[in-house]
Design a protein around this ligand. Structure first.
Ligand code: G3I
Length: 382
């Protein structure tokens, strides 16, 4: 009898362990899956970056999953200048209008991404030599796009990635041709064209002290000039094994002292080796492919699932601790197979940075994230 009981206990313990590590493999139907947006409804919005197919609801799995899980969306690419404003006098609003219609249909927050960014500029801008042409583009671009969507979208990343790692201003075409006041000018133009839209500064690594100081200087300069800034977006492209929790917590505290919203706008936790051992997210950084740098082509080992789940769990515990200051958490993509991290900084790798696997099934990290809320609610109840 004793043997039978011991055996039964051992079997259930093992089943629990296996279930924890293999949630990604089980076929969970969407109706029995918890919902991120419902779980954190009283805390912060939960967003995802959507690609063109998803915006047009051409991907059946995403068409079901996205409205079930997320109440905020950001276009991953289709509002970038290269796509929305390909030539001097030509705007291409087709997909941008579609994301607005999609978000309105599902009553989601829509974050416009992005008005002023040094990267993904159309060829006609990259060729510009004189300051007047750059200023003309800059003014027309912000005024036209921010004006068109005012009252229809929630917010804009007005300026994206304007800082170097040391906190100084990035040497971009805008800094070079328009001078260091271009950020204030961008927000001033956006404020005029879009009085009903929230205006944000967005960047990666601004949780790091030097770059954070640069972001704080930008925000203070805007405030001193009497120009509206409503929030700051910390992108959150981190490595699962190295989430900088202390820096993140300090940043939430420091940024919110400035009286603005704090958001995590492009969250993903990559699991692959990084050639430079860094968390930079500069799209221009590239490295050579080698098999050693692509170790998980046949699936993510349980040890890495556990590490990643812990990274997400720690982060969401922190977000909950500061739920009064943190207004939105956006994942940069819907499923692992669609993440930019499969192609950057090395093309053709197999990465697993998000909460849903390549078949749109929830991963162990997803359940850990949900548990941060159920556990914190449980703590309060007793
Ligand atoms: O759509 C074209 C396709 O027609 C063409 O055949 C193919 C060939 O390379 O390129 C396709 O465009 C790619 C586009 O993503 C859509 O998939 C671009 O090459 C590629 O550079 C682009 O990458 C995007 C990158 O920003 C640059 O815009 C990533 O998807 C997107 O996730 C990434 O997002 C950025 C944020 O905007 C800012 N913060 C960092 C973040 C990650 O880099």
């Amino acid at each position: 009898m004793l043997h039978k009981v011991t055996f039964a206990i051992a079997v259930s313990a093992i089943s629990l362990l296996v279930a924890d590590c293999s949630n990604s493999k089980k076929t969970t139907s969407s109706s029995e899956m918890p919902s991120l947006k419902e779980t954190f409804q009283k805390d912060f919005a939960i967003g995802a970056a959507l690609n063109g197919q998803q915006i047009q609801e051409k991907e059946p799995n995403a068409a079901v999953l996205v409205p079930q899980q997320f109440n905020a969306i950001t276009p991953e690419n289709i509002m970038k200048a290269e796509i929305i404003h390909p030539e001097w006098d030509k705007y291409n609003f087709d997909l941008a209008d579609k994301i607005v219609a999609y978000g309105q249909k599902h009553k989601m927050e829509i974050n416009g991404h992005t008005l002023i960014w040094h990267s993904q500029l159309p060829a006609f801008v990259r060729r510009m030599k004189d300051a007047d042409s750059v200023r003309h583009f800059f003014t027309d671009h912000i005024t036209t796009i921010a004006g068109r969507y005012d009252g229809k979208i929630t917010s804009w990343d007005v300026v994206n990635e304007a800082l170097e790692e040391d906190g100084s201003l990035r040497k971009s075409i805008f800094l070079e041709k328009l001078g260091e006041d271009y950020i204030v000018e961008a927000f001033r133009l956006a404020q005029k064209a879009a009085p009903n839209t929230k205006l944000y500064y967005n960047d990666y690594n601004i949780e790091q002290p030097k770059k954070r100081a640069g972001a704080i200087a930008i925000i203070k300069k805007l405030q001193a000039a009497g120009v509206r800034i409503d929030g700051v977006g910390i992108q959150g492209h981190w490595r699962a094994s190295n989430v900088p929790l202390k820096d993140i917590e300090e940043s939430i505290v420091e940024f919110s002292k400035l009286g603005i919203e704090v958001m995590f706008t492009e969250l993903d936790l990559g699991v692959l080796p990084n050639p430079w051992d860094s968390d930079a997210a500069d799209v221009n950084m590239k490295a050579e492919y080698s098999a050693k740098m692509n170790p998980y082509i046949n699936g993510l080992p349980d040890s890495m699932q556990v590490k990643q789940s812990k990274g997400y769990e720690d982060l969401f515990n922190l977000f909950l601790k500061y739920k009064g200051q943190v207004s939105r958490i956006t994942l940069w993509g819907v499923n692992d197979g669609q993440s930019w991290l499969n192609g950057w900084p090395i093309r053709g790798r197999t990465n697993y940075p998000l909460l849903f696997d390549r078949e749109f099934k929830p991963k162990p990290a997803f359940y850990r994230v949900i548990e941060t809320k159920t556990k914190s609610a449980g703590k309060k109840a007793f």
